[in-house]
Design a protein around this ligand. Structure first.
Ligand code: ADP
Ligand code: MG
Length: 277
């Protein structure tokens, strides 16, 4: 009696199924199939509907994982959205245009966005929210401040891997360059940054934020001809967002101080509060 039934030796179907699902990279399918099978039995679903339900779960989960991956790859300093952005705090900002941009059609059209305004008015917040929206809609995004980007470009040049970095920067669908203008650039830095914008021109979208109006960009690039050529490319197909007003942070802290001194007054003389109201 040497020949036993061959099926006795085969791994049980559940083991095989989980092995195959892992190999096919269907983690949600694997995690959910028993639960969905029980549901299907309870609800009297046929096999096709049972499979459909599982496949849909896998698709939803896969999309979520891809969005998360794109967000990680973008290297945002913080994840911010328009849900937490108060448009009433910044009346100079064109709200319909901003929300239109959040739909990301400009990324498909390879247009650029330039956000201009003084410090603390929400330029970084808006660029982060646009970056997040792009990740959610399936576009690859990279976020840099102008200073760190220039630093990385110089470092890559010194280490003879500039071409690779330039190729990476040219390949993302949306490049965000925050805080152009806070630090003047060296001649080499300005040229390297110019090259990035130049290589992206009409190939992908770029968002630039700056505290300086265009007239003053020459002071950052240190060269009128280069600045002219850069503005020419950047503003060829551009949406301009103006954020001019009081710093949001400053306003918040003023409001906080006011609240603190008000409550201190109330403790000192509760009648004053009555007289006020
Ligand atoms: P900027 O880049 O223009 O200097 P930030 O985007 O860094 O300004 O804004 C400063 C802080 O204030 C951030 O924490 C940002 O989230 C917040 N902030 C700015 N404007 C708004 C706004 N309109 N609604 C909500 N938060 C805002
Ligand atoms: Mg900023």
């Amino acid at each position: 009696m040497t020949a036993s039934n061959p099926t006795d030796a085969a791994p049980p179907p559940r083991v095989l199924l989980s092995h195959h699902l892992r190999q096919l990279k269907l983690p949600t399918f694997l995690r959910e199939y028993e639960k969905v099978a029980a549901e299907a039995a309870r609800e009297g679903l046929d096999h096709v509907r049972f499979l459909l339900r599982l496949v849909e779960l896998e698709l939803i989960d896969r999309e979520r994982r891809m969005v998360e991956r794109r967000i990680r790859a973008a290297r945002f300093p913080a994840v911010k959205s328009f849900d937490t952005f108060d448009f009433t705090a910044i009346p100079s900002l064109n709200k319909p245009l901003t929300l239109e941009l959040a739909r990301c059609e400009y990324v498909v059209a390879r247009d650029n966005v330039i956000a201009l305004g003084n410090s603390g008015t929400g330029k970084t917040h808006v660029s982060l929210a646009l970056g997040l929206a792009a990740c959610q809609r399936g576009f690859s995004v990279a976020f840099h401040t102008a200073a760190t980007l220039v630093h990385q470009l110089m470092e890559a040049r010194d280490e003879k891997r500039l071409l690779r970095l330039q190729a990476q920067l040219a390949a993302v669908k949306l490049l965000i360059v925050d805080e152009l203008g806070y630090v003047p650039l060296s001649q080499t830095g300005a040229e390297l940054l110019f090259e990035v914008f130049s290589q992206r021109h009409e190939h992908g979208s770029t968002i630039v934020t700056s505290n300086l109006p265009f007239e003053e960009w020459t002071s950052v690039f240190g060269n009128q001809r280069l600045t002219g050529a850069l503005l020419d490319r950047l503003t060829h197909h551009v949406h301009i967002l103006e954020l001019n007003g009081e710093s949001y942070r400053l306003r918040q802290s003023k409001a906080r101080r006011k609240r603190t001194s008000q409550s201190a007054n109330e403790i000192a003389d509760p009648r004053e509060q009555d007289a006020d109201s």
